[in-house]
Design a protein around this ligand. Structure first.
Ligand code: PHE
Ligand code: FE
Length: 285
């Protein structure tokens, strides 16, 4: 999801893809992947959703280092019909939605440097592949992502991209799910971050609020730091059901008449699991 004005690099095809050219990655770049992979997989048992942990198997490929997308896609396609292709960086919304609707996930064809393990502004191959691909191996989540792509094409024509982007943010990127054994993380932005995978579950600072479609589509988000509110779905089945069965057009229309909510707001109508202290939050609230 991204800014509107991007220019397609000359090496990219019409759909913005480029050959992954796995051989172009250096040994140091593969080491960065291995370091990040080892430290995230060590912390995720008991934190990441069952679906994510099951999906991780898809990433356990024959070669060490950054996955070869051909091999990865073979496994992913066998599981859910999805595949992974390389792009130079962020792509325009319509291109992104089109790929999703066709069960294609685009991944940045670069990796962060060894001195950027904890923070990076643009999504790199570690965020895109480690963060997103395991969930795409789950049949229900795989359907949700494809439906989201179709929903994006529609939201574009209804002038409601900002609303729908919030749904993506608070589910695909920063979602929590309530499992029988407790809250678990599944959002790619959390599971690919060492700091946030602890913060999102254990820190007293953020709110943890029951997922509600309209509530989420009214709520701003921050892209520069840990979230101040997380939204908790009861299950992936329920997320898929409510988003697929709801016609968003009247919701978008109703939202026109409602004020946006701030990142830390809590409403009387919220199902609050944790009311955050907001002790961590700095400025901008
Ligand atoms: N049902 C939504 C619509 O009417 C589409 C959608 C499905 C959006 C799943 C997000 C996720 O636009
Ligand atoms: Fe992402």
């Amino acid at each position: 999801m991204t800014a509107a004005t991007l220019e397609k690099p000359p090496e990219a095809a019409d759909d913005w893809t480029v050959p992954q050219n796995w051989a172009h990655f250096t040994a140091q770049e593969h080491d960065v992947w291995d370091t990040l992979f080892a430290r995230q997989t060590a912390m995720l048992p008991g934190r990441a959703s069952d679906a994510f942990l099951r999906g991780l198997d898809v990433l356990k490929l024959s070669k060490p280092g950054i996955p070869d997308f051909a091999e990865l896609s073979e496994r992913l396609t066998a599981a859910t019909g999805w595949r992974v292709v390389a792009v130079p960086g962020l792509v325009p919304d319509d291109v992104f939605f089109d790929h999703l609707a066709n069960r294609t996930f685009v991944a940045g064809n670069f990796i962060r440097r060894a001195d950027q393990l904890d923070y990076l502004q643009e999504p790199d191959v570690f965020h895109d592949v480690f963060g997103h691909v395991p969930m795409l191996a789950d049949p229900v989540f795989a359907d949700y992502m494809a439906a989201y792509g179709r929903g994006g094409q529609r939201a574009g024509s209804l002038g409601a991209l900002k609303r729908l982007a919030r749904l993506y943010w608070y589910t695909v990127e920063f979602g929590l799910v309530e499992e029988p054994e407790g809250l678990r993380i599944y959002g790619a932005g959390i599971v690919s971050s060492r700091g946030e995978s602890v913060f999102a579950l254990d820190d007293p600072s953020p709110n943890r609020i029951g997922f509600d479609l309209m509530r989420v589509m009214r709520t701003d988000y921050r892209i520069d730091d840990y979230q101040q509110s997380y939204f908790v779905i009861p299950s992936f089945d329920e997320l898929l059901r409510v988003t697929v069965e709801t016609d968003f057009a009247p919701l978008y229309e109703a939202l026109e008449g409602q004020a946006d909510l701030g990142v830390a707001d809590v409403l009387d109508t919220d199902r609050v699991l944790t009311r955050g202290t907001q002790g961590y939050a700095t400025g901008g609230v």
